[in-house]
Design a protein. Structure first.
Length: 378
């Protein structure tokens, strides 16, 4: 799961690098000509306990609208010219929630302020919350980028934990985590409104397919709330990876409402029904292949294995519930072998994520929904 997990066994004396790993990984792994600055080899990093230095980096990257761009390392010790370039791009508002951006920086700034009581970190964190409020649609969803762009990124985005990351942050504040004690009643009222709208959007977007509630899609049309295409190889479908992350978030509530209980149980029933047995995906060596998108030196094949644990495909076709795959030409196919090698080897077509939900469900069900166990009905 990619969203920030500051609330789990949290050490408030340091900034955990893990929630920033996706951003940092992209920065070090891809020299993007669209970046303000790119990583330089051999440069040192700040230790996670160097709160002021990390906090100042986060302030440096914050844009004028309160949000943050993606794919930089806030732990990097920047050169003076790099700092100047970032500062000069403050009004270049390519701000996003993608790859763990914005909500992770707000959470980190709260830790810095908790330890230093320096006002600039509090001010920046509150400005980040204002950005979250501004970016939210009236129906409760959030786009991937704000200000809105003209492509699929304007859709409501559950992909890669963006939505849960925002909601987890808001929930931590409402749950009175100590590092957020600086958030006053006025902001807490706004957060409660935003959070409730976000929850309502989750309930409304759970896919009811032919009269049977199932799980969720990666992205939704921001107006109709119907499952939508994301990238050209990401079709509207029931998406088990993103759904599992959403359900784990819903299961984190104490004294869950009936809506939460129903949503969890319907998704658990879907995960149970959509298991694939006797199947394993093997990664094998393959001749080096260079494409405009990536360099591949391996391939993936699906094999029959009676000892394999249950597995799920990332995508299931709407209405038919068949496992589906897709190429960059947006052509849907029904086996991994039909996907071109660059995409076959370069994307997570299969997932074990629903098993995390099924492992946690019996204890959750016993605690919060003991009168109705969907697994007993299987």
């Amino acid at each position: 799961m990619l969203f920030a997990q500051f609330s789990i066994a949290q050490d408030l004396t340091k900034i955990d690098p893990e929630p920033f790993a996706d951003n940092a990984g992209h920065w070090y792994g891809i020299a993007d000509k669209g970046n303000i600055i790119n990583a330089r080899p051999g440069r040192p990093k700040y230790n996670p306990t160097e709160l002021v230095n990390i906090g100042d980096n986060i302030l440096l990257f914050q844009k004028a609208n309160g949000g943050w761009p993606k794919n930089y390392d806030v732990f990097a010790i920047l050169t003076r010219d790099q700092q100047d370039s970032v500062a000069a791009a403050r009004y270049d508002l390519k701000t996003t929630f993608d790859n763990g951006s914005t909500y992770t920086q707000i959470a980190a700034l709260a830790i810095v302020y908790y330890n230093t009581k320096t006002e600039k970190y509090k001010t920046a964190a509150l400005k980040g919350l204002d950005f979250i409020f501004s970016a939210q649609y009236k129906n409760g969803g959030w786009p991937q980028y704000y200000p809105l762009e003209s492509d699929y990124s304007r859709e409501i985005t559950f992909n890669d934990g963006a939505y849960e990351g925002i909601m987890e942050l808001l929930k931590d504040i409402l749950d009175n985590k100590p590092q957020y004690s600086f958030v006053d009643d006025k902001y807490r009222a706004k957060i409660k409104t935003s959070f409730d709208k976000g929850m309502d959007c989750i309930f409304k977007t759970q896919i009811n397919d032919m009269g049977k509630p199932t799980a969720w899609c990666q992205q939704y049309d921001e107006v109709s709330l119907k499952p939508a295409w994301a990238r050209k190889f990401e079709p509207p479908s029931i998406c088990n990876k993103e759904s599992a992350d959403l359900v784990l978030f819903l299961m984190s509530f104490d004294h869950p409402s009936k809506q939460i209980i129903d949503a969890v149980q319907n998704a658990v029933a879907w995960f149970q029904d959509s298991k694939i047995y006797n199947t394993r995906v093997n990664t094998i060596p393959a001749p080096r292949m260079v494409t405009p998108y990536r360099i591949s030196v391996t391939d993936r094949v699906v094999v029959t294995d009676p000892n394999a644990p249950p597995i799920w495909t990332r995508y299931y076709e709407l209405k038919t519930h068949r496992p589906v795959f897709c190429n960059r030409d947006s052509k849907v196919v029904y086996s991994l072998a039909e996907v071109t090698r660059e995409r076959r080897d370069g994307y997570g077509w299969y997932t074990y994520s629903p098993q995390q939900v099924l492992n946690k469900y019996p204890e959750w069900q016993k605690k919060w929904a003991s009168d109705n166990n969907v697994l007993d009905k299987k």
